[in-house]
Design a binder for this molecule. Structure first.
Ligand code: AHR
Length: 317
């Protein structure tokens, strides 16, 4: 059904059934596992308010079943559209089909699903593979040919950023035989787990003496790991290089203190492009690109991290 409604010709028919402006939008957020997630929630709420949208917010506490229940509730309420940040990549077909049957467009935020793209209107996110590749390439340059044993803190198992950032990093270091990932485990994108898993890495790697670098799939895990490295009597940023992803304020504090080395930015403003796409869709049936890509850039200690911190500290992280 939705496969048809998303075709331009039929989309116009669908428009007749709803208002020209999406008044009521359901948002199923993953939870609040990281500073970045908190900022994405804040930005989404602010953008909705600014545009006069009635945003119905649901926090899934990291559980996919809660997200699916929230989406079913939004469908039952007859919302005009649904935003969802999918915690994992698999298991969305049924609920997306239900939304399609109800002719409610769904927009994915920041993470991808393995369902047919016909089942959602668009996805707003970064190139997650590229982010990992940028981190890997930074490390290749930073170690300049020296042997380097890397430990990796992965994001939530089964989530698209964990899968793609791992692949991207491996692509970034491919061809650098001096760099080896020696340990890799999930830290679930949280500070607490990042610290705990780093403690186990340090213990297993000669108190950390055998570790040259940490690659963390987000800054929060890196911040937790930095604490573990310090408690082990080592200097993060010097004894163990630290590269991660998100560009949250706390990683800029760590960069300014010389305790982290690089981060790849992920903008928390996914909602702006999502609401723009929905507005155009409801106005005249304009179908957005299936993937609306946000920018990612690398920050290092050379990028005035103290100023970056000041610029971001009040943005809801
Ligand atoms: O999906 C984006 C990732 O989810 C962010 O990098 C991470 O901090 C968050 O938990």
């Amino acid at each position: 059904m939705f496969r048809r409604t998303l075709m331009a010709s039929v989309a116009v028919t669908m428009l007749g059934a709803v208002s020209a402006h999406a008044q009521t939008i359901g948002f199923s957020q993953i939870g609040s596992e990281s500073g970045w997630r908190a900022a994405e929630t804040t930005v989404t709420l602010q953008e909705a308010e600014r545009r006069g949208i009635d945003l119905r917010f649901s926090d899934a506490q990291q559980r996919q079943e809660n997200q699916i229940a929230a989406m079913r509730s939004f469908i039952a309420q007859g919302v005009d559209a649904i935003l969802v940040a999918p915690v994992v990549a698999t298991g969305w077909d049924s609920v997306l089909e239900e939304a399609a049957e109800a002719e409610i467009p769904v927009v994915l935020l920041d993470r991808m699903v393995d369902s047919s793209p016909d089942l959602y209107l668009t996805a707003v996110g970064s190139d997650l593979v590229h982010e990992g590749r940028v981190a890997g390439e930074w490390l290749v340059e930073a170690v300049n040919g020296a042997d380097c044993r890397v430990v990796e803190l992965q994001g939530t198992t089964g989530s698209s950023p964990a899968i793609d950032r791992k692949n991207g990093f491996e692509q970034g270091i491919a061809g650098a035989d001096n760099i080896q990932i020696v340990r890799s485990q999930t830290g679930d994108f949280t500070r607490t787990r990042g610290k705990e898993v780093m403690e186990s890495f340090l213990q297993a790697e000669n108190g950390g003496a055998d570790i040259c670098a940490l690659y963390a799939h987000n800054d929060d895990m890196a911040v937790g790991a930095i604490q573990a490295i310090k408690e082990a009597g080592l200097k993060p940023g010097e004894d163990i290089l630290v590269v991660s992803i998100d560009a949250v304020p706390d990683i800029f504090l760590a960069l300014a203190a010389g305790e982290a080395n690089a981060t790849v930015e992920l903008t928390p403003n996914m909602a702006g492009p999502a609401f723009d796409a929905l507005e155009a869709y409801f106005a005249d049936g304009t179908l957005p690109e299936k993937f609306i890509q946000t920018e990612s850039r690398l920050y290092t200690q050379a990028d005035d991290p103290a100023a970056q911190y000041e610029g971001r500290k009040d943005l809801g992280y």
